[in-house]
Design a protein around this ligand. Structure first.
Ligand SMILES: Nc1nc2c(ncn2[C@@H]2O[C@H](COP(=O)(O)OP(=O)(O)OP(=O)(O)O)[C@@H](O)[C@H]2O)c(=O)[nH]1
Length: 697
């Protein structure tokens, strides 16, 4: 509390000091600024009066008449008597010779080279502060050296002829008087100085020693630059700090000479009054501080004493002395309230502690019971957890084994959930279908591997199964076309299984490529229908093709002819040239037959030397007979075999199927008809064609 009082007192003192110092400074600046303005105003007013004097002078008829020089001199002397600051008034003729002047001074002398004369001949002119050696010698000596400001103007006689120049030499004591009057009211007790500076920086009025030296201070620069006056705090060339007010003459017109007017006061003097006040404030502040600190100490003792007694009692109790009573203090209301509250609190706490202690005892017993029960439950739980962990490990191992088996299975393995999304895809599936596992997981299986034209059927089948559990695919081995990653289709055999899980249906499929198997099957089928010796279709193939051809003939309403042929005397070839030559002949015979008919026609070997030919798209029976005759001619050509040349002939029985006439005739009947016709040909001498008739069948 004491420190707070001290800090507050010092802070207030600093604040008051700062405020007072600022106030004193700004007061002083205002004062200097006003004095500078007053000085500037007085100078401008004085100069204006001198200009009026000059104007009146050059208008005076006595001056303009010019002839009565003593009279003119009297006029000049009168003016000088009225304004003693005029050191000299004179009139120079156009050649620059002084014709008349106050007290006859310089009369007859030449002023032709003087600026006041040269400039004054052209119009009103003011020459700035300057010494005048010639005139100074003629004037009585004075404490300050003679310095002047000149005013001049041309004079014209009453007829308007140029008469010469009137010059006024104003002594600088004029400005000194103005400055002295300005500072006079205070008797200049405050070290205030007036400085006038010409535009070239020369001090033309100022303290002793400064005049006619150059001065370049912030206030001079500010006065030269500013239209209005102002004030600054600056360091003078003598190193002292000054409060300076400044103003400038001739800014608003009227006065021709521009001077910077500086009025300054040492800062120490300006702030002297403030220093006194500051001292007083510090003394009063310090005394108040001491009083306040004493008061604070007293108050603190009174406030803190009872609190200390209370806290000592509390500390003893906290250190294990519950017998120490809380004192009841009645010194002031707040502490009385605090101590009685503490007494109540301590009593309540003791009661509470007693209750807690007894509760604790019963609780401890219950906790012991519960703990032992908890131990039992925990060990049972631990056992169950161990068991579950063992099961889990077993399950994970089984899953890993299963995954390894599936991964290394010969077949591709794919599993999908009930939404058809892929959930398993083994290595073989990658190889078979070209999709890497990580690109298919979670994707629609149907889109990946089922060709677009079969997807509809697949989706319908799935929906059906999920609805009523029926399916033609599940648990059956079926052959399908599957879609490869690169877009081509491949035949596969697939076995689809289904597992009903808690998390939904799971469809599993094993599939493998059956391209080779199908090729083999086609080859077998082809072999079963082909005659091994001649590579012609065999009897089985023929028995398929004849009904097909008859059906086409019916549809197109065209004729079909069936030739039944047998090589005449084939047995003799075998006997004479050997079985191999017989085989060779059969092969060549077959080739000639094939070459004799069109591609759409069928040549087949039924057995031994028996061949059949099916001719389709015929117009007339005669066409058929013509083809048969042509074949006979071809056959009669000698056969060049490896070791011999053989000449043979053939007998052909022709049966023609005319759909519109023989609608009821079947393949067997047609064959039988041709067979019979062939035997007829044999009977009739072989090497000929015989046309069968419907009735012969
Ligand atoms: N080389 C050979 N001979 C066969 C083959 N199949 C049957 N033969 C023989 O062909 C002969 C058929 O004789 P046939 O048609 O009965 O007698 P053929 O001498 O032709 O008398 P015609 O038919 O009345 O002129 C038999 O001797 C069969 O053993 C065969 O694949 N190769």
């Amino acid at each position: 509390m004491v420190i707070t009082v001290l800090i507050t007192t010092v802070s207030v003192l600093i604040l008051v000091d700062q405020f007072t110092r600022g106030y004193a400074r700004s007061e002083s600046e205002t004062r200097m600024k006003q004095l500078a303005w007053q000085m500037q105003d007085a100078l401008e007013r004085g100069m204006r009066e001198r200009e009026i004097d000059l104007r009146l002078l050059v208008q005076r008829p006595s001056v303009r008449a010019g002839r009565d020089l003593p009279r003119v001199r009297r006029v000049f002397n009168e003016l000088q008597a009225n304004v003693p600051h005029y050191a000299w008034i004179g009139l120079a003729n156009p050649e620059g010779t002084v014709m008349v002047a106050t007290n006859g001074l310089l009369e007859g002398a030449s002023v032709a080279q003087r600026p006041w004369f040269q400039e004054g001949s052209k119009g009103e002119y003011a020459a700035d502060f300057h010494p005048a050696v010639l005139l100074a010698q003629k004037l009585p000596p004075q404490s300050n050296p003679w310095r002047f400001v000149d005013l001049s103007a041309p004079v014209h006689d009453l007829d308007g002829h140029y008469l010469g120049v009137v010059g006024l030499h104003l002594s600088w004591s004029w400005a000194r008087d103005i400055a002295a009057k300005l500072l006079d009211p205070a008797g200049n007790r405050y070290d205030v100085e007036v400085i006038i500076v010409r535009d070239d920086g020369t001090v033309i009025l100022g303290p002793k020693g400064m005049e006619e030296t150059k001065l370049d201070t912030p206030s001079v620069r500010a006065a030269q630059a500013a239209d209005n006056g102002g004030s600054v705090i600056e360091t003078g060339p003598d190193g002292r700090r000054y409060v300076s007010g400044y103003a400038r003459t001739g800014v608003k017109g009227g006065m021709k000479l521009h001077w910077s007017v500086i009025v300054r006061q040492p800062e120490t003097v300006a702030l002297a009054a403030f220093r006194d006040l500051e001292k007083r404030v510090i003394v009063v502040g310090a005394l108040s501080g001491v009083v306040l600190v004493l008061l604070a100490i007293l108050l603190t003792r009174r406030l803190v004493g009872p609190i200390n007694a209370l806290s000592a009692a509390l500390e003893l109790r906290a250190a294990g002395r519950p017998d120490v009573p809380i004192p009841q203090i009645n010194s002031y209301r707040e502490i009385q309230l605090l101590s009685s509250t503490l007494v109540n609190m301590v009593e309540r706490e003791e009661t509470y502690l007693r209750e807690v202690r007894s509760l604790n005892e019963s609780l401890e017993q219950r906790v012991a019971e519960r703990t032992s029960r908890l131990h039992e439950t925990a060990s049972a739980l631990q056992e169950a957890l161990d068991q579950q962990q063992a099961n889990q490990i077993q399950l994970e191992e089984s899953a890993a084994e299963l995954r390894a088996i599936l991964e290394n299975a010969q077949d591709a393995f794919i599993a999908a959930d009930e939404h058809g999304h892929v959930v398993e895809w083994n290595r073989q599936a990658e190889l078979l279908l070209g999709w890497p596992r990580d690109q298919v997981m979670g994707r629609d299986m149907a889109e990946l591997i089922i060709p677009p034209d079969m997807r509809g059927a697949h989706n319908r089948g799935m929906a059906q199964f999920l609805k009523d559990g029926t399916s033609v695919v599940i648990n059956n081995r079926i052959e399908l076309q599957a879609l490869h990653h690169d877009g081509h289709e491949l035949p596969i055999e697939i076995t689809v299984g289904h597992v009903k899980r808690q998390s939904g249906h799971l469809f599993i499929a094993f599939l493998h490529d059956i391209t080779e198997r199908l090729a083999f099957r086609d080859q077998m089928r082809e072999l079963a229908l082909t005659d091994v010796l001649t590579s012609l279709p065999n009897r089985r193939a023929f028995s398929d093709r004849l009904p097909e051809g008859m059906m086409r003939a019916r549809r197109a309403d065209q004729l079909l002819a069936l030739f039944f042929m047998d090589i005449d005397g084939f047995k003799g070839v075998n006997d004479r040239y050997g079985h191999e030559a017989g085989d060779e002949l059969l092969i060549e015979f077959a080739r000639r037959l094939q070459r004799s008919v069109r591609d759409v026609d069928t040549v087949a070997r039924l057995a031994g030397d028996e061949f059949v030919v099916i001719l389709e798209n015929l117009q007339t029976q005669e066409d058929a007979v013509m083809v048969a005759e042509k074949i006979l001619v071809t056959i009669r050509e000698p056969f060049q075999l490896t070791h011999s040349t053989v000449n043979i002939s053939s007998s052909i029985g022709v049966a023609v199927y005319q759909p519109n006439l023989d609608g009821e005739v079947g393949p067997e009947e047609l064959l039988s008809m041709a067979d019979k016709a062939m035997y007829a040909a044999k009977r009739l001498g072989k090497n000929r064609v015989e046309l069968g008739r419907a009735g012969d069948a």
